[in-house]
Design a protein around this ligand. Structure first.
Ligand SMILES: Nc1ncnc2c1ncn2[C@@H]1O[C@H](COP(=O)(O)OP(=O)(O)OP(=O)(O)O)[C@@H](O)[C@H]1O
Length: 291
């Protein structure tokens, strides 16, 4: 086995050793200017437990505690959330393991804020790993889509025509004609991330002046081979990808004061999140997933 294959085998052993391959963390953001007069209903009482105590007087007597793999309170930085909640998952891509990190939550809860930081830190660590492994040849590719009002759009193209989803028996679901950029360096990736941010559909609601109105999926694919064996017929190439998913937030029309276009967007967002919830619930009962 070459160095890369050993890394991959070690990473797989680590994954196999864990009973759970899904990690769920909760981040409670600080109250903002609009909410600062209120007291928070949520309190992080340990690194894994968050407690909900309703401010409605009759219900305040019955707090409920929820336990997750990790809970981050309002004073935790995005760096800490990344280091303790996402780094291991993001970096498994360099060892040939596919992974996804996604943020799910109510509108204005801090999903985009958190995912932007996590993506940035992951990119820095992935390039750092590449620099420390000159014995391997790496090729990085990047693609980005948003799902807006149930239509899929390429965020690396100025063409707004919706793209078709195709079911490939080997590759699974793919997006037809999606741009995939081969990255020159991390500055190139930063430029592309900036382009995605600029292209993404956002709009103002009563709860968030820059609310994401679409689901965004950024995909980084990494191919790597041992340089020594390249072209000698002995080399094997590791190919894997990491997805950074920033979902649009669930919302109540009464709270976001949505009407017209915003209301239509909100109903698409809520419906797709409801479907995602159903899929996750069903997965609890499925032992094998066939592709
Ligand atoms: N941990 C945090 N610390 C400080 N400010 C935060 C934090 N999390 C979020 N914010 C701020 O709160 C506001 C809402 O955050 P953000 O846009 O990330 O929410 P969201 O969940 O993505 O919302 P939506 O679903 O509407 O797109 C932003 O102004 C953001 O800068």
């Amino acid at each position: 086995m070459g160095a890369g294959e050993e890394d991959a085998a070690a990473a797989w052993e680590k994954v196999e050793a864990k009973e759970e391959r899904i990690m769920v963390s909760v981040r409670v953001r600080p109250l903002n200017g609009r909410e600062s007069g209120d007291s928070s209903d949520w309190e992080c009482i340990s690194p894994t437990t968050v407690m909900f105590r309703s401010t409605v007087p009759d219900r305040a007597m019955f707090p409920t505690a929820y336990t997750y793999d990790r809970v981050f309170g309002p004073n935790c930085s995005t760096r800490q959330v990344y280091e303790e909640g996402a780094k291991e998952v993001a970096l498994s891509v360099v060892s040939g393991i596919n992974s996804s990190i996604f943020a799910y939550g109510q509108t204005s809860s801090g999903k985009t804020y958190t995912m932007t930081g996590i993506t940035e830190y992951s990119v820095m660590d992935i390039y750092d790993y590449i620099e420390k492994h000159p014995e391997r040849e790496f090729m990085l590719k990047f693609s980005a889509i948003e799902i807006y009002n149930e239509a899929v759009r390429d965020l690396l193209s100025h063409d707004t025509t919706p793209l078709r989803l195709l079911d490939d028996p080997e590759k699974g679901t793919t997006v037809e004609k999606l741009t995939e950029e081969t990255l020159r360096d991390k500055d190139h990736l930063r430029d592309l991330l900036g382009m995605c941010e600029a292209q993404r559909e956002i709009g103002e609601t009563a709860l968030n002046e820059a609310s994401s109105r679409s689901h965004q999926i950024l995909r980084l694919t990494i191919e790597s081979s041992v340089k020594q064996y390249l072209g000698r017929g002995k080399s094997s190439t590791l190919v894997s990808c990491v997805n950074f998913v920033d979902l649009a937030g669930s919302e109540r029309a009464s709270q976001t004061a949505s009407a017209g276009m915003r209301l239509k967007e909100g109903s698409h967002i809520n419906r797709s999140l409801l479907t995602l919830g159903k899929v996750v619930r069903q997965l609890r009962f499925v032992w094998f997933v066939f592709f």
